[in-house]
Write a protein that binds this ligand. Structure first.
Ligand SMILES: Nc1ncnc2c1ncn2[C@@H]1O[C@H](COP(=O)(O)OP(=O)(O)OP(=O)(O)O)[C@@H](O)[C@H]1O
Ligand SMILES: [Mg+2]
Length: 235
């Protein structure tokens, strides 16, 4: 396997709320390799989102080192992190975060207008099976369709890495599988390194590698010998 795209070493994150210190991550080491699909599992509060946010340059570790290729993210200032996110990272969150007053096409265009080598919004929406919904507003689409618009928006800038925090958390099983198929296809066709956080252990079967977290630490890492297609996942 090639050298890692992300290399996190000794990552700790401590939040202070008033007088209370909360340790969200404790000395975590993690590599993400080019093109791989990683699933991150763990109970609520185990530090999954904190870890993903640090990899994505949304947050900084309290201790430790995070590198993306030859960028040191752990010592980057705000403008450098903003640039890193804009140029390299696509995010997909549980609650879509679409702009209600913009159509599907306009929601995607908002991102492609500031990207350096984007695909046309129409192509991105076609890729997620919404080529016939370009002019629909979020309120005119189902939850699964809105999430696919959010994925189109994330992949349209051709990010190096796609970071997904519970992308199926608000969806029923069949709709969730459709969304996961779209993510797996972006990973395979575009070679986008992908990390997916989920509570649903069944989703682990579609990954190249599965990382389990508990209490701010990685407690297990498993490499799957085969990837199960998202449509065949059972839950
Ligand atoms: N901004 C913050 N301020 C204070 N504590 C925080 C903050 N963000 C997270 N935490 C705490 O850090 C710990 C890890 O949170 P995190 O959101 O990473 O967990 P998670 O594994 O994503 O959980 P969930 O599955 O519920 O989303 C939790 O104890 C949480 O309360
Ligand atoms: Mg979370």
């Amino acid at each position: 396997m090639q050298s890692p795209v992300f290399r996190a070493r000794g990552i700790s994150k401590v939040y202070r709320v008033g007088d209370v210190l909360v340790t969200a991550l404790s000395r975590v080491d993690l590599d993400l390799h080019a093109g791989e699909l990683l699933v991150l599992l763990g109970p609520s509060g185990s530090g999954k989102s904190t870890l993903l946010n640090i990899l994505g340059g949304l947050d900084l570790p309290s201790e430790g080192n995070v590198r993306f290729l030859d960028h040191d993210l752990s010592s980057a200032d705000d403008p450098a992190l903003t640039r890193f996110r804009r140029e390299h990272v696509g995010f997909v969150f549980q609650f879509y975060n679409l702009i209600p007053s913009l159509t599907a096409r306009e929601n995607v265009a908002l991102v492609t207008e500031i990207a350096s080598r984007p695909m046309p919004p129409e192509e991105a929406l076609d890729r997620v099976g919404l080529g016939d919904r370009l002019d629909h507003f979020p309120s005119q689409m189902s939850g699964g369709e809105q999430q696919r618009v959010a994925i189109a928006r994330a992949v349209a800038k051709r990010p190096d890495v796609l970071l997904c925090d519970e992308p199926t958390g608000a969806l029923d099983c069949e709709t969730g599988k459709r969304v996961l198929e779209v993510l797996a296809r972006a990973n395979q066709d575009l070679g986008t390194t992908t990390a997916i956080i989920t509570h649903n252990a069944a989703i682990a079967a579609m990954a190249d590698r599965v990382v389990r977290m508990r209490s701010g630490a990685i407690v297990e890492e498993v490499r799957n010998s085969v990837r199960v297609p998202a449509s065949s996942l059972e839950w």
